[in-house]
Design a protein around this ligand. Structure first.
Ligand code: QV4
Ligand code: CA
Length: 511
């Protein structure tokens, strides 16, 4: 019995919490709405050389086409079929991306939309991005095929057929999320169709899945689909590897569905993380960085080995989903870099970095009326991600993952992987510092006055390059340097008006 439990933990559960990244690569990046051709190049030219573990991609299956008046990003969360055919590219381009990324050790995680198909609100004449016919009011999706029996219309118990109360778990799972036709995942047929789609992606080499709208699916139905999945492609992964699974469940507390119900299937998104970190770094509600001393489970978050964490995601960076106004994004670049720096230095959770595109954000009565605007495009074709001479991105792509401070903190996290959280220091306000064993140390000044302190870093004696203000290039530092004495102490000065009021050093940035 014990042996059986052990084996099933390894075979069915345990492996799905581990991300299948290459050893020493500890973060992934969401390249939101990028084309497969650009991701393939980015894996080779940037992600692999800079130690990124993988990429979360936008949903690869055929979606509805919406003109709103031009095409919103959110049309990709309205499936029409499981053909690999979207504005990001076709199946050949997808296969080429996965192959090229895997060949340089960068994993691909697909955003899997399996809770629903499109909304019938899309009127007559609507089409799929690949031309597949469908009639949503009749529940007809012949390219799968799905028909009326494959949806939860009879099972849902709300008056409108939509989710009316998040206090009722059955409604949340069986009724329509913003009108989207809810799939009957209790049916063997539907489970098979979804598993066939995911297996198609696995066979091409993906390393795992973000399960969209997981809160809206019964954990047992998800489990039944996961049990049908193939092991990962043995060209790149050890025999018998299971796909990494992270489930999108927004649990800020106080609802009928909670994150812990999903731990048996894989990791779960910890939405409290970005909401709280934004509140602290903005210094709202009397929060201060000093309180971050027990960040993690001490703040009521889920266990670290179950959490997928991020400062912002494609929804809450534009007011969708949850998290609220405290969420930090590239629009608040100075505070955002501190938040991402803190996340990547801290041992809690498996970390995902956001990479966005610009949109004409415009608030009316507190709401961004352009929250729907899709990626940079020419006549509906997504624009290429161009690279400027200074390594930033052009054509409207923000590429936060290429910002020096963020890129270097991704490397910091790899260097300190497995090291304990040590040498915490704070001034009782918003100046804090901590180390990761004898491998790395980070100091923040988010107060309105300067920081000037000698702190115990835990690092070996030597001169270190601050990877926030600069880079170590050919043995020299392009930013400020920090001298650690033989007792492991170093003096830090950070002006409150510094462009980036934080300093990070690690043993691979020793000069
Ligand atoms: C509208 C009305 C509805 C009405 C419906 C039908 O708002 O009240 O019932 O018409 O008449 C788009 C529109 C939305 C529209 C809907 C259906 O924005 O106004 O409903 O289409 O036509 C994304 C966007 C949604 C978008 C959806 C589908 O955020 O705005 O809806 O894609 O295109 C909860 C969930 C969580 C979810 C989060 C946003 O628990 O799971 O909301 N997050 C994920 C994704 C998210 C995606 C979905 C789920 C759905 O991260 O990007 O929603 O797949 O917290
Ligand atoms: Ca559902």
């Amino acid at each position: 019995m014990q042996v059986f439990l052990f084996l099933s933990a390894i075979g069915l559960c345990w492996a799905q919490h581990t991300p299948n990244t290459q050893l020493g690569r500890t973060s992934i990046v969401h390249l939101f709405e990028w084309r497969w051709a650009d991701i393939a190049q980015e894996c080779e030219r940037y992600l692999a050389p800079n130690g990124f573990g993988g990429v979360q991609i936008s949903p690869p299956n055929e979606n509805i086409v919406v003109h709103n008046p031009s095409r919103p990003w959110w049309e990709r969360y309205q499936p029409i079929s499981y053909k690999i055919c979207t504005r990001s590219g076709n199946e050949d381009e997808f296969r080429d991306m996965v192959t090229r990324c895997n060949n340089v050790g960068v994993r691909v995680y697909a955003d899997a939309v399996m809770n629903h198909m499109c909304s019938p609100a899309a009127g007559a004449g609507a089409r799929g991005a690949c031309g597949s016919p469908f009639r949503a009011p009749a529940r007809a999706f012949p390219a799968v095929p799905y028909s009326g029996w494959d949806f939860n219309d009879r099972k849902c118990r709300s008056a409108s057929g939509g989710i009316e109360s998040y206090g009722d778990a059955a409604q949340v799972r069986d009724c329509r999320l913003v009108g989207l036709l809810d799939l009957a995942l209790e049916k063997a047929y539907v489970r098979c169709k979804v598993a066939d789609y995911l297996n198609h992606l696995i066979d091409m080499g993906v390393a795992g899945f973000r399960l969209d709208a997981a809160k809206h699916m019964w954990p047992g139905d998800i489990k039944a689909v996961l049990e049908k999945l193939h092991p990962l492609n043995s060209t790149w992964f050890p025999e018998g590897s299971r796909p990494f699974v992270y489930q999108e469940v927004i649990d800020l507390g106080g609802e009928a569905v909670s994150s812990s119900e999903y731990f048996g299937n894989g990791r779960v998104t910890e939405f409290k993380y970005g909401a709280k970190l934004g509140t602290v770094i903005r210094k709202w509600n009397g929060e201060k960085m000093t309180y971050l001393k027990n960040w993690g489970e001490g703040w009521g978050f889920m266990p670290s080995d179950r959490a997928l964490v991020f400062v912002d995601n494609h929804d809450n960076q534009r007011g969708h989903g949850a998290g609220g106004a405290s969420i930090l994004t590239f629009w608040d670049a100075r505070l955002y870099k501190m938040a991402v720096g803190f996340m990547l230095a801290h041992p809690y959770g498996f970390t995902r970095v956001m990479s966005s595109y610009h949109w004409p954000r415009y608030f009316e009565n507190g709401k961004d009326v352009n929250d729907w605007v899709g990626p940079p495009s020419n006549n509906e074709t997504i624009k290429e991600v161009t690279i400027n001479p200074d390594t930033t991105c052009g054509n409207g792509w923000v590429c936060e993952h290429r910002w020096r401070q963020i890129r270097n903190m991704v490397a910091f996290r790899n260097v300190v992987d497995g090291q304990p959280f040590t040498n915490w220091w704070d001034n009782g306000s918003n100046q804090v510092a901590f180390g990761r064993g004898n491998k790395g140390f980070i100091v923040f000044n988010n107060d309105d006055w300067s920081l000037s302190s000698t702190l115990l870093t835990g690092l070996p004696a030597g001169t270190y390059c601050d990877v926030i203000s600069g880079d170590k290039v050919d043995g020299n530092c392009t930013g400020i340097t920090i001298s650690v004495s033989r007792d492991g102490r170093a003096h830090f000065s950070i002006s409150n008006s510094a462009e980036d009021p934080f300093i990070a050093i690690h043993i691979e940035a020793k000069l």
